[in-house]
Unconditional design. Structure first.
Length: 156
């Protein structure tokens, strides 16, 4: 009989502990939703500041355009790309990613986006028609220390 009482007590304690854990988990889940607006506000502010740095980087490029990068291109790393240039402003896609940028002098300064967030920055030159060479970086604004080669060849 001693064992049956001990077993019943163990089962009862386990049930109590299980109930307490369920209550604590419920409180944790509810409290995580309460903080969402704060985290969302923080992320929105962080994205806005990040994108403002990219926009400032583009606006610093003020020379008149000397090249026109409009056209369709391909890259081993990025796939098919295209750009449309109107004056110094550039829009298009680098692979699957939307691009906005400017041409200043003989260089194009590009911001590659994903979900409205500037994800990469790139600087390309046109050494000859149909060829864009340069570098891209995960840094916004562009940093030489974090750059990787970028080569785009026209498909037109």
């Amino acid at each position: 009989m001693g064992r049956k009482r001990s077993s019943r007590k163990s089962v009862a304690r386990f049930g109590e502990i299980h109930s307490v854990i369920r209550v604590l988990l419920s409180v944790l889940v509810v409290s995580s939703f309460v903080g969402c607006s704060t985290i969302e506000e923080f992320n929105t502010k962080r994205y806005d500041n990040h994108n403002a740095l990219g926009d400032a980087w583009l606006s610093d490029q003020m020379e008149p355009p000397m090249i026109d990068i409009s056209g369709s291109y391909k890259s081993d790393d990025w796939g098919r790309s295209y750009f449309s240039q109107n004056g110094s402003n550039v829009r298009g896609h680098l692979g699957d990613y939307p691009v906005k940028g400017v041409v200043s002098g003989n260089k194009a300064y590009l911001l590659v986006t994903e979900g409205g967030w500037y994800y990469y920055s790139a600087i390309v030159e046109m050494p000859r028609p149909g060829l864009l060479t340069g570098y891209y970086s995960r840094s916004i604004p562009y940093k030489r220390s974090a750059r990787r080669d970028l080569l785009l060849v026209t498909t037109d």
